[in-house]
Design a protein around this ligand. Structure first.
Ligand code: ATP
Length: 143
């Protein structure tokens, strides 16, 4: 039998966070999705299952949600860089074992690693380089 998927906390439900949470759910995973905007949470509540409104820069709010009991979390906040950095450091403080974070650029990525992110993704940069391969016709490894 396949291993049970790890439950994941996804913080920030912009385009990236929503697509990521949706993908995890489609794979049969359990997701706790968090966003500080009540309008965003309301819009996604039918689509994502467990979606809650909380300011993830508030450590007490994270504790109340039981984030410390998850071993995987994704910080999908980008434009609000200050929040992305602070939330990543709080997840580290709470002892989350595997922290993924989205960065807008390399400088942001460097800071995220320093404050506790174990994996950093740079969606625009990584996608740009994938598309370069598609455009040049070297598609085999990149589909
Ligand atoms: P996209 O994935 O759409 O490109 P983005 O990189 O522009 O998003 P932001 O707009 O900074 O990222 O944030 C994405 C989501 O994170 C938004 O829906 C926003 O409401 C949410 N968010 C921002 N700050 C916090 C916070 N402190 N706690 C929880 N959610 C937050």
């Amino acid at each position: 039998m396949a291993d049970r998927l790890h439950p994941v906390v996804v913080i920030g439900l912009g385009r990236f966070g929503t697509a990521l949470a949706t993908g995890l759910i489609e794979q049969g995973g359990e997701v706790l999705a968090v966003d500080s905007s009540p309008a965003v949470v309301q819009r996604l509540s039918g689509q994502l299952g467990q979606v809650v409104t909380a300011d993830a820069t508030d450590v007490d709010a994270l504790r109340e949600l039981g984030v410390q009991d998850f071993d995987r979390a994704v910080v999908a906040i980008g434009t609000h860089q200050h929040a992305s950095i602070l939330v990543t450091s709080l997840l580290d403080e709470l002892g989350v074992e595997s922290i993924w974070a989205k960065a807008l650029d390399r400088q942001h990525a460097r800071i995220l690693r320093r404050v506790g992110a174990h994996h950093v993704v740079l969606p625009e940069e990584e996608m740009g380089s994938r598309v370069a391969h598609l455009v040049s016709g070297e598609v085999s490894d990149y589909l």
